[in-house]
Write a protein that binds this ligand. Structure first.
Ligand SMILES: [Zn+2]
Ligand SMILES: [Zn+2]
Length: 288
């Protein structure tokens, strides 16, 4: 068996025409059924569980999986990295290894067949249909050898990638103990469905609707998506400067994710924060 040539390892992977996969269909389907059921079991503890866990898991995706792990836009203390990654796993969007590898491919081959959620394939495909498809075998061959080697090298992040459901199982048992079925339906199912759809809006609406101040980059700046996703909707900015921890680069571009990262920096919990705004203020092109 010969080793894979270096050039072949970097060849684009074709994600078009992938077959449907049972596990995501079952998981996402069950969460949606539970979300509808939640409306028939309202309670104060249910609503509080929804709100608290919404903020925790959305921040886990926005600040943890995306800006920290996928782009290394700041350097956290190790325990902060693990807490943020664990919060990301609570969003039921897969472990950090697969999420990061998919996202790095999205940036490398944006809006093409080699982009796992290619927006050129239509709104429904890039919003949710791609999640229901099996990822190609070639993707898994390259996941830890090429695309997300840094995740593979860290024992805890690799554990979280292999056992992504552990945080959700623990949290679900806590919800049942604290508030019974209502807390589980609101704090797990309805909350996960909300985080699914706002995350997916970044892949769909923020690639199709909005302005492009950086015409050479893909993605669109979309205020509504930015408000729903803690700043991820400034997506044309992000594709122009993916290494920047700040996505809202203009004064009237609220970016809650950036405010959290800035707060963590002031507390001394993260450093080496990349901020494209500093370069733009000096008329320089930020490093990407
Ligand atoms: Zn994008
Ligand atoms: Zn990104």
């Amino acid at each position: 068996m010969s080793a894979q040539p270096a050039a072949a390892a970097n060849e684009p992977i074709d994600f078009s025409g992938a077959p449907l996969s049972a596990p995501p269909i079952i998981t996402i389907g069950l969460m949606h059924v539970g979300a509808v059921a939640a409306l028939f079991f309202p309670s104060t503890v249910g609503v509080v569980s929804f709100l608290v866990l919404y903020v925790i898991s959305a921040l886990g995706i926005v600040v943890g999986y995306h800006r920290m792990l996928s782009h290394r836009s700041f350097r956290p203390k190790k325990w902060v990295e693990y807490v943020l990654a664990t919060c990301g796993a609570l969003a039921l969007q897969g472990g950090p290894g697969t999420w990061v590898a998919v996202h790095r491919l999205h940036h490398a081959h944006s809006d093409s067949d080699a982009d796992p959620h290619n927006s050129q394939a239509g709104f429904s495909f890039c919003h949710f249909r791609w999640v229901l498809n099996a990822l190609p075998e070639t993707f898994y061959e390259r996941r830890y050898t090429v695309l997300a080697r840094d995740i593979d090298r860290d024992p805890y992040l690799r554990f979280l990638s292999d056992y992504e459901l552990v945080p959700t199982i623990v949290m679900s048992l806590l919800l049942l103990a604290i508030g019974g079925l209502s807390a589980l339906l609101w704090g797990l199912c309805l909350r996960v469905v909300f985080v699914y759809h706002v995350t997916w809006l970044v892949n769909s609406a923020a690639h199709m609707v909005g302005n492009k101040p950086f015409p050479d980059a893909t993605g669109r700046n979309n205020l509504l998506v930015a408000l729903l996703t803690m700043g991820e909707g400034w997506h044309n900015n992000h594709h122009a400067y993916p290494r920047s921890a700040r996505c809202g680069l203009q004064p009237r571009q609220p970016d809650f994710g950036w405010w959290v990262i800035s707060g963590l920096e002031k507390l001394g919990l993260v450093d080496k924060v990349h901020d494209a705004r500093k370069y733009l203020d000096n008329g320089l092109r930020p490093t990407t």
